[in-house]
Design a protein around this ligand. Structure first.
Ligand code: UTP
Length: 287
């Protein structure tokens, strides 16, 4: 079955961006002029998704507000001849159906995905973490196709130096990488010591999951701080069903912390035809 729904967990507290995130959700912080959440939606739509499920919190009303029409802003843009921008703003959220699910307590990523169960229904779905941005939809597209052909869940992977694995979920491979960058997964371990890590392939924030994961999430015992880890539910799936990872050479930006967000902004702005040339001139003067 074609994957047409994507879940975006966006109910976290964004503590690494305080005090900005007191009022502005981390997922709406801009990359130049576009919220990270919008870039995630564009990536998902590019991979064939036509239904976005945003898991949000009642404490973050700005996320729902982002999808509301703003006729007065559009009218102002049109009356001042800025039709291109008006068209762009007007189109936001119209190329895709957007639904909301609510996580009232930030009990972890697994719990956030579990909150989307009713809206997703009984079909495979993608999960995109909005604090990791990709340069294109190609990874998600390949993952969705692999889920369709194998009938099992798929995670996005990246190869890192062995000493860097300790901050991530790491897969235990059940075979070797094929020419398409696909590898069978036996299990996973969250934040291992490098010496104990079963590989140097870390799970990045893209998943395509079969809906039985919801039953697994419901079984997961809360860990430290009451958090329900998604990795625990995926481990249970990998133990009894086909489970694969995909490594793909795609640009990836980690925007979940201020330094990563800033460097992503600079890298992307340097490529921007409007502001790139000026930024290129100014940047060396600061070194
Ligand atoms: P993060 O751990 O990066 O987000 O989760 P956070 O908890 O908001 O950020 P910090 O660590 O306090 O700075 C990755 C994504 O998962 C969502 C977050 O909103 C973020 O988009 N998330 C996390 C949830 O929706 N619910 C949770 O319980 C935890």
């Amino acid at each position: 079955m074609r994957v047409h729904t994507a879940v975006v967990p966006a109910a976290g507290m964004g503590t690494r961006f305080l005090p900005a995130t007191k009022a502005v959700p981390k997922e709406l912080l801009p990359i130049i002029d576009t919220p990270a959440l919008q870039l995630i939606i564009d990536e998902a739509v590019g991979a064939g998704v036509d239904h976005m499920v945003i898991v949000t919190s009642r404490a973050k009303p700005a996320i729902e507000a982002y999808f509301q029409p703003q006729p007065e802003v559009i009218a102002k843009l049109r009356s001042s001849g800025r039709d291109q921008l008006a068209d762009r703003v007007e189109a936001l959220g119209r190329d895709v159906k957007v639904s909301f699910a609510f996580q009232d307590q930030a009990l972890g990523l697994g719990h956030a995905v579990g909150c989307a169960r009713e809206v997703v229904g009984d079909e495979p779905f993608a999960v995109l973490l909005p604090d990791e941005l990709m340069g294109s939809s190609s990874l998600l597209d390949q993952m969705a196709r692999l889920c369709e052909s194998t009938g099992g869940s798929v995670v996005g992977l990246k190869e890192v130096p062995h000493e860097d694995v300790g901050a991530y979920g790491v897969i235990d491979p059940a075979g070797t990488l094929d020419a398409d960058g696909v590898i069978p997964v036996r299990s996973m371990v969250e934040k291992p010591k490098p010496a104990d890590a079963p590989s140097n392939l870390i799970i990045i924030g893209r998943y395509v999951l079969t809906p039985d994961v919801f039953d697994e999430i419901a079984q997961v015992q809360p860990g430290a701080g009451g958090e329900i880890q998604l990795t625990d539910a995926l481990k249970a799936q990998a133990a009894r069903s086909p489970f694969h990872g995909v490594v793909r050479d795609v640009l990836r930006y980690d925007t979940g912390n201020p330094l990563g967000w800033l460097t992503a902004n600079i890298e992307i702005a340097l490529q921007d035809p409007k502001i790139g040339p000026q930024l290129r001139e100014w940047l060396p003067t600061q070194l």
